[in-house]
Each structure stands twice: as structure tokens, then as C-alpha cells.
Design a protein around this ligand. Structure first.
Ligand code: NAD
Ligand code: UDP
Length: 324
């Protein structure tokens, strides 16, 4: 039997999706990248367009689409706070209607389907580090709710399709991931700090900078996602994927300054509403079930990210369009 699979990656032109498509194309699979280019652009995957086993489809996942596939990675959703809060109603539609559409496709095709969920399902956690069993502390009416609650509803839909229709599902909860290919204007902390440092601008710390995050390098994360998809059907998750190394935002700023050699000053700005105070994955389950753990320390990953930011022409990137 052929080991080559027909694989759909929704959000495949984005930061994580683009790298996932690259990996799957290299493995010889027949890859369909579906994207509406809200937070990405065709140029992100232009290097794959000449490959016979890669196909690009411009489509919005809130609408159904008929495709014949063996596996679906559902990554379509803006991930940066500035992007997902731009049109919060659309963000919720993308998570919920997108989940219904990929689950319907998986049911019809008997395909496996993986949901890219998020540590945001834990909200501002009062259990630390966060195991998968923790049910979270999410504000359902705040500015982050469109994303957090959208992703929580998507997890619910995945579990109900699994229980009701025996769809072969996987759920991964991704913690902050960074690396080459990030949108330079997404407003996330790593892209902001690196861009600011390289331009010699002030580094904007929100709040006191004492809030923590755990940063996972892109390649480690993609490896974890692929292992989860290829694991046994008995292990559906949810499983945390992230780097347990925890840093304050101020420590991150100092590291970026050190690695870029910038003379930037730290400046303090108001903390956005509902900004989680701490975040760190408990990855015991991923270690045990997937034999997975991150291999790239923050310092090394940041160096590669900084090199990539130095190599790009920022004028080639645009912010999300006002049409969405
Ligand atoms: P990204 O914004 O770079 O990629 C998302 C992609 O989805 C983009 O190409 C965008 O154009 C596309 N998209 C958005 N709405 C769509 C729609 N309605 N129809 C079709 N395509 C649509 O973000 P990313 O960092 O690559 O994140 C990918 C996935 O991983 C997202 O689902 C995100 O929620 C999840 N995730 C990412 C992180 C992280 O730190 N990067 C953390 C947790 C979860
Ligand atoms: N942050 C910051 N300065 C910035 C951008 C973000 O201090 O220029 C903070 C933000 O308030 C949050 C953390 O960095 O506490 C991570 O923010 P990001 O938007 O990257 O992701 P989040 O984990 O909050 O979704």
C-alpha cells in the first residue's frame, strides 16, 4: 500500500501552516494548502508552487468545500491578538464554522483531522504549569474571548464528532510559538521585540514585564503536530505542545537586546485587558505518548529568528486587510 497521503492544510500559507506544508511536501505527500490570506500572503508558499505534489487553493474555511483527502490539519485562524481582535466576529466564525466544515469533510472522506487549539483555552490560569486536565479561567466577554472561546467551541465540536460519528480526531494545544516566517507586523511579542531591536527603536513592554510566557521554536512544534497526527487513533488528545522553559517578558526583551546588539531602551506601555499573567505547559503527556519534547532552547531559536528578520524586506509584508 502507498504511504503517500492526500493532506489538506487549512491556514497553510500562515506561519505554522507554511512550514508544515514544506515538511509534508518534502515527505512526498500530496499537499493541498487552503487559505484566504487574511494574515498571510501567497509569497509565503511561492517556493512550493512549482512542486507537483503541492496545490494552493484560495478559500475561506467558513464556507464548505468538497475535497477528497486522507488527513486534514486545521490551522486556519488568525493567531496574534492584534489579528484576531481585528474582526472578532469573523474570528469566532472561522473557529466554529471552520471546525464544522473540516469535521464534515473528515466524516465524509473518513479522514483523520487535527485541530490546532491553543493554550488560550486555559485563559489567565490559576493552575501553574498547565496540564491538559485544567479547565481554564477564560473571560467569555472580554476582548480575547473571540479567540479563546472560539477555540474552546472548536474543541467541543471535535469531541462531539468523535463521540457521535467516530471521526478520527486529534487535538493539540499549542503554546506561544516563534521562528522564521512569523508575520513581522503581527504585534506578537517576539516579532515586535526583534523588529524594534533591529530598527534601533524602543522595545515596548506591556505592563511591568513580569508576566511570563513559554516560547517554543517553530520546528519543534511542527514535529510535535506531525507526531500527533501519525500516532495511534486511541490517543486523540488534547495534548499540550510547547516549550516548558518559562521567561518573563522583561527577560525576553533583555535577551533580544543582547543577541541583536541593539541599543534600544525598554519602554513601558499599559497592559492589555485580560493579558494572562503566567503561562507554561505541562508536557508530561506529550513526552509519554508522543515521545516528544522541544530541542531548541530560546537563545538558539531567537538567533535563527533574528537572522531571518535581518534577511527579509519588511516592505514585502502587509498588515491584514480592512475587508475582513
Ligand atoms: P497565522 O496567522 O500565521 O496563520 C493562520 C493562517 O490561517 C493564515 O494564513 C490566515 O490567512 C489563515 N486564515 C485565517 N482565517 C481563515 C479563514 N477564515 N479561511 C481560510 N484561511 C484563514 O498563525 P499561526 O501562528 O501560523 O497559527 C496557526 C494555527 O495555530 C492557528 O489556528 C492558531 O490559532 C494556532 N496557534 C498558534 C500559536 C502560535 O504561537 N503561533 C499558538 C497557539 C495556537
Ligand atoms: N507584549 C509586550 N510587548 C509587545 C507585545 C506583547 O510586552 O510589544 C506582551 C503581551 O502583553 C503579553 C506577552 O507579551 O503579555 C505575549 O504577547 P503575545 O501577543 O505575543 O501573545 P499572547 O501570549 O498574549 O497571546
Amino acid at each position: 500500500m502507498s504511504t503517500i497521503k492526500r493532506i489538506l492544510v487549512t491556514g497553510g500559507a500562515g506561519f505554522l501552516g507554511g512550514h508544515l506544508c514544506e515538511r509534508l511536501v518534502e515527505q512526498g505527500h500530496d499537499v493541498i494548502c487552503l487559505d484566504n490570506f487574511f494574515t498571510s500572503q501567497k509569497t509565503n508558499v511561492a517556493h512550493l508552487l512549482s512542486r507537483p505534489n503541492f496545490e494552493l487553493v484560495r478559500h475561506d474555511i467558513i464556507r464548505p468545500i468538497i475535497l477528497e483527502v486522507d488527513e486534514i490539519y486545521n490551522l486556519a485562524c488568525p493567531a496574534a491578538p492584534g489579528h484576531y481582535q481585528y474582526n472578532p466576529i469573523k474570528t469566532m466564525k472561522t473557529s466554529v464554522m471552520g471546525a464544522i466544515n473540516v469535521l464534515g469533510m473528515a466524516k465524509r472522506c473518513r479522514a483523520k483531522v487535527l485541530q490546532a487549539s491553543t493554550s488560550e483555552v486555559y485563559g489567565d490560569p490559576d493552575v501553574h504549569p498547565q496540564p491538559e486536565s485544567y479547565r481554564g479561567n477564560v473571560n467569555p466577554i472580554g476582548p480575547r474571548a473571540c479567540y479563546d472561546e472560539g477555540k474552546r467551541a472548536a474543541e467541543t465540536l471535535f469531541m462531539d464528532y468523535y463521540r457521535m460519528h467516530k471521526v478520527r480526531i486529534r487535538i493539540v494545544r499549542i503554546f506561544n510559538t516563534y521562528g522564521p516566517g512569523m508575520h513581522p507586523f503581527d504585534g506578537r511579542v517576539v516579532s515586535n521585540f526583534v523588529r524594534q531591536a533591529l530598527a534601533g527603536e524602543d522595545i515596548t513592554i506591556f505592563g511591568e514585564g513580569e508576566q511570563t510566557r513559554a516560547f517554543c521554536y517553530r520546528d519543534d512544534l511542527i514535529e510535535g503536530i506531525i507526531r500527533m497526527m501519525n500516532g495511534p487513533d486511541e490517543f486523540i488528545g488534547p495534548v499540550n505542545l510547547g516549550n516548558p522553559g518559562e521567561f518573563t517578558i522583561k527577560q525576553l526583551a533583555e535577551l533580544v537586546i543582547e543577541l541583536t546588539g541593539a541599543r534600544s531602551k525598554l519602554v513601558y506601555r499599559p497592559l492589555p485587558a485580560d493579558d494572562p499573567t503566567q503561562r507554561r505547559p505541562d508536557i508530561t503527556l506529550a513526552r509519554e505518548k508522543l515521545r516528544w519534547e522541544p530541542t531548541v532552547p530560546l537563545r538558539d531559536g531567537l538567533k535563527k529568528t533574528i537572522d531571518w528578520f535581518r534577511s527579509i524586506d519588511m516592505r514585502q509584508f502587509r498588515a491584514p486587510t480592512p475587508n475582513y
